[in-house]
Design a protein around this ligand. Structure first.
Ligand SMILES: NC(=O)c1ccc[n+]([C@@H]2O[C@H](COP(=O)([O-])OP(=O)(O)OC[C@H]3O[C@@H](n4cnc5c(N)ncnc54)[C@H](O)[C@@H]3O)[C@@H](O)[C@H]2O)c1
Length: 365
């Protein structure tokens, strides 16, 4: 029996253009045939997934969809290296060859890679088809499936080609997290604690106090953590859909994290692992400016350690290397690195007023 534990709304409404959509969080949602059948009534379906997720969940979802007159399934090889135009082309080719129309519904079943590419393919298909996100990694459930950023990587860098295209629904089935590897799961929790740090001190405290249940993937604890995270992300996106202002707060820890990924070469650490280390650096910087209690930094470090997440730069990377890699981040505005720091636990600010010495000091401390 499907059990919808939380329903949230991403509020992007205006009188002339209402693109608001619901996020459903619960158990057994993947096989909720009544829900799926209302969603796909009289439409073709383009189901996109990857070759890790397909054997786990595609049959379950297809059974719930029931008989569909026009159904195309695209199974892409898993992994960040596949997040490119060739994969999007494959989705578009299959959809056009099968003669889908703009009314067809694209369904992204998988992690952030599948979600970003399916959303981008849907944005391009006949100038914009509807799509539904069915995120199956924790990172995708709390971050990439919400907010409408879609796209692919380019040889020049990550996520350089894309479009804003909001899904019409996000269906988060907690049961899918049970098959996720421990490393991917922990990397997702790094994005979860980010929301506490930047927006909600009480949530941060709750996460610190429930790390054991989270690590054990207790459904009740997960439902709460995912609901709070999605609510915070939905609020930020509703306020600033295209990242002109507060949406930048979501990049807390990411400026340092992206630099680590660039120096190491992508694929060494997972994105969430690099962000985990980046958040410790950004928190230390905030503490050195007197805006964050040192005890909060210690709690964050302990949280990371419990989950096997990094707490500092990878061995062999110097602060000079980190600074130079940060200068080439795409989020650098007019040549200046913009840092997201904490003005208090649960409150983020954007500032350019951080010196190289400030950073070197907290890294070598
Ligand atoms: N659009 C956004 O706002 C946004 C935000 C953050 C990240 N992202 C993007 O998300 C991507 C990372 O997403 P990700 O961490 O989900 O990576 P991913 O999609 O590569 O998934 C990680 C691995 O887990 C496997 N997997 C997925 N679900 C599984 C399950 N339930 N059980 C077992 N294995 C499963 C996948 O096949 C893959 O091998 C990056 O490309 C990043 O740029 C986008």
């Amino acid at each position: 029996m499907p059990d919808v534990m939380h329903t949230l709304k991403v509020d992007l409404g205006s009188r002339t253009d209402d693109r608001s959509y619901p996020i459903y969080i619960g158990r057994g949602l993947l096989s909720d045939s009544a829900h799926w059948q209302t969603l796909v009534e009289h439409r073709g379906v383009v189901l996109v997934t990857d070759n890790h997720v397909a054997p786990l969940y595609a049959e379950q979802l297809k059974a719930a969809l029931g008989p569909i007159s026009l159904m195309t399934e695209v199974v892409l090889p898993a992994g960040e290296a596949q997040k490119n135009m060739a994969s999007v082309q494959q989705i578009l080719d299959a959809s056009l060859e099968d003669r889908h129309e703009r009314q067809s519904l694209f369904i992204a079943l998988g992690g952030g890679v599948v979600g970003d590419m399916t959303g981008f393919a849907a944005a391009c298909f006949m100038r914009g088809a509807d799509f539904v996100q069915v995120p199956t990694t924790l990172l995708a459930q709390v971050d990439s499936s919400v907010g409408g950023k879609t796209g692919v990587n380019h040889a020049m860098g990550k996520n350089l080609v894309g479009a804003f295209h909001q899904p019409i629904q996000v269906l988060i089935d907690l049961d899918t997290l049970q098959t996720l590897s421990e490393r991917e799961f922990a990397a997702g929790l790094a994005e979860v604690i980010k929301y506490g740090l930047i927006r909600d001190a009480a949530f941060f405290d709750w996460l610190i106090g429930h790390v054991g249940e989270l690590k054990a993937r207790d459904s009740g604890a997960l439902a709460h953590a995912i609901e709070r995270s999605c609510r915070i992300k939905a609020g930020v996106v509703a306020e600033d859909e295209r990242e002109g202002g507060v949406r930048a707060h979501l990049n807390f820890g990411h400026t340092f994290g992206h630099a680590i990924e660039r120096i190491q070469g992508y694929g060494e650490w997972l994105h969430g692992e690099a962000v985990a280390a980046g958040m410790v650096i950004a928190s230390r910087l905030s503490a050195s400016r007197g805006t964050l209690e040192a005890s909060a930094v210690e709690q964050l470090i302990e949280f990371n350690e419990t989950l096997g997440l990094p707490t500092s730069l990878p061995a062999g990377i110097s602060s000079a290397q980190l600074l130079s890699a940060m200068g080439s981040d795409k989020k650098v505005a007019a040549g200046k690195v913009r840092y997201i720091l904490l003005s208090a636990l649960g409150e983020a600010i954007v500032t350019e007023r951080v010196t190289e010495d400030d950073i070197a000091r907290v890294i070598t401390a």
